[in-house]
Design a protein around this ligand. Sequence first.
Ligand code: AMP
Length: 285
Amino acid sequence: MNIIKTVQQLKAYVQEEKRLGRQIGLVPTMGFLHEGHLSLAKRAREENETVIMSIFVNPLQFGPNEDFEQYPRDLERDAKLAASAGVDCIFAPSVEEMYPEPPMIKMTVTDRTDKLCGEKRPGHFDGVVTVVSKLFHLTEADQAYFGLKDAQQFAVIEGLVKSLNFPVKLVGVETVREEDGLAKSSRNIYLTVEERQKAPHLQRGLQAGVQVAEQGEKDPYRVQEAAREYLLAYSGADLDYVELLSYPELKELERVEGRMILAAAVKYSKARLIDNIIFSVNEGK
Ligand code: AMP
C-alpha cells in the first residue's frame, strides 16, 4: 500500500491508475480509523479497481472552540488497518500541503445546513465541501464512499455533486455500531467509563421516537419529543438537538410522512456524539 503525502505524488499516482483504465474509489476520512471507516473501504474495494483513502483532519470544518487540536491522530495504526481493508493508497497531506495559500475562493453551502449540525456548527459544512471538492479533483474518483452516520454531510455532498456537476457517484454506507448499539466514532475514546455505558441510549432514544411514528403518530413534534424525553431521562448528556426532518432535503415536516430523518446530537463532558435513523412509515396507518 502506498502512503502519499503530497499533491504532486498523488496526481502522478492517479494519472497512472487512469492510464491503466482503472476505476477509482475514494474514501475520505479524518483518520483514527475504526470499523465504520473500514466498512466504507471494504465496500470501495468490492466496487473499484483502485481504492484511495484520504486521511486529513481538515481545519476548515472545525469551529474555533472545537476539537481540531485534540482530534486523535495515528497514521501508523491507520495504515495497518487500511491495508487490511484492501486500501491501495492513503493520501495523508499536511495542512500546508492541502492549503498552501490563503484562500482566494470561499465555498458557502446555501441549502440543507440551517438545521442539525449545520445550525449548531456554523461554517462546518463550508469546510467539508471545500475539502471534498479538492479531494474529488485530486483523486478523479469515479465513486466516493460516505457514512450515513453523518447523514447531513451526505445530503450536503449530494447537493455539492449536483450543483457543481462533479463526475462522481456517491455511495452512502450504513452506520457500523458497537454491540450495544453505539455508533462507532473516533470521538468515542473521549467518553468516561460512565458516559460510555450511557451512550448507547442515544440510538435507543431515536428508536423510541421512530417507534411512536410507526405506531401511527402523525404530528412530527410528538415524535421528536418522544426521543427528546427518552434522551433527557437516560442518556446522561446535554442535548444539542433532536429533530425530525424530511430526508435528504432536511426541511421541517407538517406531517409524519415520506422519507424522514430523526437525528440527535448530545454532549458528554469531552465528546459531542451524533446519530440518526433514516426511515419511512407505511402510509394509511
Ligand atoms: P470521519 O473520519 O469521522 O470524518 O469519517 C469519515 C467517513 O467515515 C465519513 O463518511 C463518515 O460518515 C464515515 N463513518 C464514520 N463513522 C462511521 C460508522 N460508525 N459507520 C459507518 N461510517 C462511518
